[in-house]
Design a protein around this ligand. Structure first.
Ligand SMILES: [Zn+2]
Length: 200
């Protein structure tokens, strides 16, 4: 091959739910949308980051409950809510990030079922929920009630969000654009926040 004919191309294969990824509602709800069916007006939306890392205080068994947030949320425009548990700093230490025990149990923070129900009933404007841990349900969960509640209400999830950099809690726009796998239950996602320029 001459240099003029040369080009670079790799192949890849991956699960739909590794790394930063989206869970389509179909992942936990038979009637829910697949990845390729998610409308753009639910994927490019205002971003709200709810920083609960101070409450978590590195406790791998922390479960977020409604009373933690009563004062934080305002109903308003369509938005995606990202919960910051302060776990991104462990991402490159798989054992710590997932809280793997000797008996292969997992321990990392997550949302309580009550809070998922509350978001879907009181805050109809929320189109998706994300977390800086591996799952919206805590690591110890066996029956994934948060996934079920959110997906059956048509919300998508974003898992393994990298929140190691400073992103303002309000005022940014989220670009939630997964690889468009038409019948996907989930898909790898490059999650982007476009934030207003800081004026000094
Ligand atoms: Zn997933």
């Amino acid at each position: 091959m001459t240099e003029a004919m040369r080009y670079a191309a790799n192949e890849f294969a991956a699960g739909e739910h590794g790394g930063t990824h989206i869970d389509a509602p179909y992942h936990f709800y038979r009637e829910g949308l697949h990845v390729g069916e998610l409308p753009l007006d639910k994927l490019i939306v205002p971003l709200i980051i709810v920083d609960v890392s101070g409450l978590v205080n590195d406790d791998p068994n922390f479960v977020l409950q409604k009373h933690h947030l009563d004062y934080m949320l305002n109903a308003g425009n369509r938005c995606v809510l990202i919960f910051k548990f302060g776990w991104s700093k462990y991402f490159h230490d798989k054992k710590k990030y997932l809280g793997v025990t000797e008996s292969d149990e997992l321990n990392f923070p997550g949302l309580g079922e009550e809070i998922a129900t509350w978001i879907t009933t009181a805050y109809k404007n929320v189109v998706g929920v994300g977390v800086d841990v591996a799952s919206v349900d805590p690591g110890c969960s066996k029956d994934f009630p948060v996934h079920k509640v959110l997906s059956s209400s048509g919300l998508y999830n974003i898992e393994n969000v990298n929140l190691s950099m400073d992103v303002p809690s309000y005022g940014c726009t989220a670009l939630v654009l997964p690889m468009k796998i038409r019948q996907g239950t989930g898909a790898p996602l490059r999650f982007v926040a476009i934030c207003p320029k800081k004026l000094n």
